[in-house]
Design a protein around this ligand. Structure first.
Ligand SMILES: Cc1cc2nc3c(=O)[nH]c(=O)nc-3n(C[C@H](O)[C@H](O)[C@H](O)COP(=O)(O)OP(=O)(O)OC[C@H]3O[C@@H](n4cnc5c(N)ncnc54)[C@H](O)[C@@H]3O)c2cc1C
Length: 408
């Protein structure tokens, strides 16, 4: 039997080291306050302190190869690290493994020229700069990148870019963007219309209009106006018309990286749910002894178990270098929805306290809402999963290949 659900000892050692690091270093700094309550200078000082500690603990850049200063972990190894780190808000940031930089680092590693890597990937890995990824536009459906209207037109050895983007995470304070723009008018495939560019920030023609206020406040998801922005040919990332391909290659592992962090959040919510149920007394017994509450706990435990299996299997497929699209889509959809349900149940068990901001649950629920449409809306993943399931049946007379292709 080759099925082994344990991590190798070296991954387990790292997992426990991350857990210890989060408890010893990140939590105490986080509880001092946030940027608003604590003041920007103090807050930045806290971040630097955490990141220096991550270096000292040998936990810097877990997802990148050793030659880039990272730990060289596989996607399965990363699953174990991210689920631990994301139990706190700043954990992934302390390790320099936060979105969108993590996805951008993978993108640059695979698509950038040597010169581009030195200019953009190196400082990102060193933690000296931050980056953003600019694709979504307010005027057209982000779910369909063939509709992108931002244009890049060639003028000698430069490209002139005009357009409008929004919800560009981390744009304020980023030192560069990976920008997706339309370069081809009549491509062979609609998906081959876009190209990617590296844009230094600040840059003439790049205007941050506003930090879009969301249901959980402003979190540096910015609206950007791009006017007559000129970049040299050498700033194209990947080839002409490869913007969609690059976006897809980036999003597969990046979606799974989100799932890994969401598992950490869901586990925190379930732990809180059980803790509250053990400590709250009503109608003659503690809540943990009420069948109605046990159902909430049981449903959450079953869902979290499914989340973990799906994420580990999809990470394993990426590591094996085989097709992982269906499994990542399934994991993204399932984990995003489970996260919402588990936090919601935890709030229910906490009653008024859960609705208050005295616990982190309310903020966690607000954050969880975007997971159901960002980086691929639920319905898009369902559409793709259904298409591949139908194709598997047509090709093989069975849907087996589309349900994880497991030996069952
Ligand atoms: C917190 C957050 C951070 C983000 N960060 C970034 C970032 O850094 N960079 C970036 O470029 N973008 C970012 N985005 C944008 C995100 O990627 C888009 O929201 C996403 O791609 C969906 O696009 P849209 O919002 O235009 O929704 P639309 O494409 O307009 O879709 C709206 C809804 O329509 C439905 N729908 C759409 N198409 C179909 C279909 N074919 N079949 C059935 N139903 C459909 C779905 O229910 C979907 O939720 C971020 C968004 C959020 C909320």
């Amino acid at each position: 039997m080759a099925i082994d659900f344990s991590f190798p000892p070296e991954i387990d050692e790292i997992r426990f080291r991350v857990r210890d690091f989060i408890d010893t270093v990140v939590r105490p700094i986080e509880t001092r306050g946030d940027e608003e309550s604590w003041g920007r200078d103090q807050w930045i000082h806290g971040i630097i302190e955490m990141r220096q500690a991550a270096l000292d603990w040998g936990l810097w850049l877990p997802h990148m190869p050793v030659e880039w200063g990272g730990m060289g972990l596989s996607h399965v190894g990363m699953a174990s690290v991210s689920a631990e780190a994301a139990k706190t808000r700043l954990g992934p940031f302390a390790l320099n493994a936060q979105a969108p930089d993590e996805g951008n680092m993978h993108t640059l590693l695979h698509w950038a020229t040597d010169e581009q890597k030195e200019a953009y990937l190196r400082p990102l890995c060193d933690g000296r700069v931050r980056s953003c990824f600019a694709m979504t536009e307010p005027e057209v459906a982000g779910s369909d990148p063939t509709l992108i209207q931002t244009r890049a037109d060639q003028d000698g050895d430069e490209w002139v870019i005009d357009g409008h983007k929004w919800f560009i995470s981390g744009a304020r304070g980023a030192s560069f963007a990976i920008l997706i723009a339309r370069t081809e008018d009549d491509p062979d495939l609609p998906q081959a219309a876009n190209s990617a560019f590296l844009v230094d920030i600040p840059h003439e023609g790049w205007e941050v209009v506003r930090d879009v206020e969301t249901m959980s406040g402003g979190h540096n998801h910015c609206e950007i106006r791009i006017t007559d922005l000129r970049v040299h040919n050498s700033k194209m990332l990947g080839g002409r018309g490869q913007g969609h391909l690059l976006g897809q290659a980036r999003l597969g592992p990046a979606r799974l990286a989100h799932c890994m962090r969401w598992i950490g959040q869901a586990e925190t919510a379930l732990d809180m749910m059980v803790d509250r149920a053990l400590n709250r007394y009503s109608h003659g017994s503690i809540l943990a002894e009420k069948q109605g509450i046990q159902w909430l706990i049981a449903d959450s435990a079953m869902e979290l178990y499914q989340c973990k299996l799906m994420v580990l299997h999809a990470a394993y497929l990426i590591d094996q270098g085989v097709d992982f699209k269906t499994e990542v889509s399934m994991a993204k959809h399932f984990v995003a929805n489970s996260l919402w349900r588990i936090i919601d149940r935890a709030i229910q068990v906490h009653g008024a306290l859960g609705y208050s901001t005295d616990t982190p649950l309310a903020a966690m629920l607000q954050q969880a809402r975007w997971s159901r449409f960002a980086d691929g809306a639920d319905e898009i993943h369902q559409m793709r999963i259904a298409q591949r399931t139908i194709a598997a049946y047509k090709d093989h007379g069975t849907t087996k290949a589309a349900t994880g292709n497991l030996p069952l």
